[in-house]
Design a protein around this ligand. Structure first.
Ligand SMILES: [Zn+2]
Ligand SMILES: [Zn+2]
Length: 231
């Protein structure tokens, strides 16, 4: 396995506000509110297990964000068709200049992430709430989407030296990604702590060398080398 090194600096990303970013964030917020209204009308949701499923959704959101972050950091180059400029470039640029993301507008920060959570937020509309399994699935997907849409915001706050006090409280109690936890990702070997929602999955995934095994498997199947452009 090659030794990961700091990515090379690349051109500045676009922080120009796009209408799709505003639509994505407002659309995702609208869907979360719609779910709250929908679930509140179902008596079975007023149950002690509901908060547990909501927390499970936060864990799920962190897991999906961890996988996406790892993929964005590890595979392909900025020249990769379709994905390179739009998806991979922001990951590579963030490693080269981590504090540049603090210049990003609220909707630019959260637009892409909100867009990526829309499939999760749409699932509950096609699931029957008549059964316990259906209610669990609907609440879990709504929770993954509802938490996951703020992943980039939590990540950005982890780079802010003096965030708002309520954010500091949430970080200190590990409800959301803490600065101390995330800054380890920005230090050599740059291949741990991929979690950017809460970082809850990192300890377990690091301990079982999850991504080392996954990278070995992907290389075995495709011949692609992880972080090949940074060798
Ligand atoms: Zn990264
Ligand atoms: Zn970061």
């Amino acid at each position: 396995m090659n030794t990961p090194v700091q990515p090379k600096p690349s051109a500045q990303p676009e922080f120009t506000l796009q209408p799709i970013e505003v639509v994505s964030v407002l659309g995702a917020i609208g869907l979360v509110l719609a779910h709250l209204v929908l679930f509140a009308r179902v008596p079975e949701f007023w149950h002690w297990s509901t908060p547990l499923v909501i927390v499970l959704g936060l864990l799920g959101a962190d897991f999906f964000a961890t996988i996406l972050h790892w993929a964005g950091d590890t595979w392909g180059t900025e020249a990769t068709p379709w994905l390179g400029k739009r998806f991979l470039h922001p990951f590579r640029y963030h490693h080269a200049r981590p504090l540049e993301m603090l210049k990003s507008h609220f909707f630019t920060t959260n637009g892409d992430t909100a867009l990526s959570t829309l499939p999760f937020l749409l699932v509950p509309f096609v699931i029957s709430l008549d059964t316990a399994g259906g209610r669990f699935t609907a609440l879990f997907f709504a929770s993954v989407g509802g938490w996951g849409m703020w992943t980039s915001q939590f990540h950005q706050w982890a780079h802010v030296k003096s965030p708002p006090r309520v954010v500091v409280w949430l970080q200190r109690h590990r409800v959301i990604l803490s600065r101390e936890h995330h800054l380890k990702h920005h230090k050599a070997p740059f291949a741990t702590n991929y979690g950017i929602t809460t970082g809850w999955c990192d300890g377990f995934l690091n301990a079982i060398r999850f991504f080392t095994a996954l990278e070995w498997l992907v290389t075995k199947l495709t011949g692609c080398r992880p972080r090949s452009e940074f060798e």
